[in-house]
Design a protein. Structure first.
Length: 187
């Protein structure tokens, strides 16, 4: 068992860790999708949302922000009965708000990716973890980004959730140094 994968034995999570988690994402649409999913796991385990990822993709037009931003109260009503997603109305509405905020950020910064990557000087910040006990769950960058996102209407993205997003999207390299999936070991 790879200790970098948070000690889990679940094959879905291990596959996610080994192939996606922490690999730098630069595509604005993929970053939006991951952020929307991260917002759904506030108060829940990431594994819960990971196992529902395909249903969320179906429910939210594969996280196409143009389509999501046009979703109505009736669409949210319908999603309250949609199978295999978390039926928390405020969280579902948050994704619609995030899509609207996505376009405001694109207008102000040129791209959602540019906006996010500016928080780490446009290159992954290496956390330099050697053992799991060194991991932290929040820092000043995540706190500042969370506040900025809130100004754009993003919800369910407090500092801890934003920190988790920064790790998942590879803006932070939070793999253990010895992890085979550490981007520094893949070069």
């Amino acid at each position: 068992m790879n200790p970098c994968a948070f000690g889990t034995k679940d094959p879905t999570y291990i596959d996610y860790h080994d192939n996606l988690w922490g690999q730098p994402l630069y595509d604005s649409l993929q970053l939006f999708k991951l952020m929307a999913l991260e917002s759904q796991h506030a108060g829940l385990s990431w594994l819960t949302i990971l196992k529902k990822k395909e249903a969320y993709e179906e429910a939210f037009y594969n996280f196409d922000p143009a389509k999501v931003a046009k979703m109505t109260e009736q669409d949210i009503d319908n999603l309250m009965n949609f199978p295999n997603i978390v039926h928390n109305r405020k969280k579902l509405e948050a994704i619609v708000n995030q899509a609207k905020g996505y376009f405001a950020i694109e207008k102000d910064y040129g791209s959602f990716s540019e906006f996010l990557w500016s928080y780490v000087n446009h290159q992954p910040y290496d956390m330099q973890y050697e053992k799991p006990s060194e991991r932290i769950t929040v820092d000043e960058t995540a706190t500042q980004l969370s506040k900025k996102l809130k100004n754009y209407g993003f919800k369910f993205l407090g500092p801890v959730t934003v920190f988790s997003f920064l790790e998942a999207a590879g803006l932070y390299n939070a793999h253990l140094k010895s992890c085979p999936s550490n981007p520094n070991n893949l070069k």
